[in-house]
Design a binder for this molecule. Sequence first.
Ligand SMILES: [Fe+2]
Length: 212
Amino acid sequence: MTPRAALTAIDAIRRHFAARLASGREAPMIAAELENVLTLLAGVDFSHPDEKHLQASGHPVVEQLRHTDIENGDPATAAIFQAFQAQLDALPWRYSYAPRPDAPDIGARMAWAELVGPIAPFHSDKVCLGLTAIGPRLLYPLHYHPAVETYLVVSGTAAWTAAGVTRSHPPGALILHPANIVHAMETGDEPLLAAYAWTGEVATLSAYVDGN
Ligand SMILES: [Fe+2]
């Protein structure tokens, strides 16, 4: 992935977050976190990418996304999908949990590609920005992390669980996970592609609730 392509994709997410904040229609907690994310991103040096984190990963999750139809997407998030679609092969996908005996193939069917963060082409110790991809008919099991997390659904309607409450969120939905809330996602026939931002304790990795 070229630095220019990565910046185009990052800018698509930033512009969407800024428009949602400016709309005045988001819940106060979500608006406050969008403002926090945008402020922290404004402090990132985008002029010196670490190109070793822009190498194509060859991750099999790309195959899970290959047939996603952007016509199913919300118009407001279609621009983000388009910014990424031609880059799916080139993104630095990874999956860093330990293997799970109850889901031996999960690491091949879901992954995330971080573009801003401690381990990313654009370095920050204060904010992460990236994409999460979950293939069809997959449970991303209950997990938690100390970072505050904002998700924007780009494509795919999945079942999202947080603090024991499950809701279906379509493209365009913004979902806020406060620090250490236990959460999970489960896809149906469609894969899920969602942009995410982390703030706060971003260096601590996510952990599964059952310790795997
Ligand atoms: Fe999370």
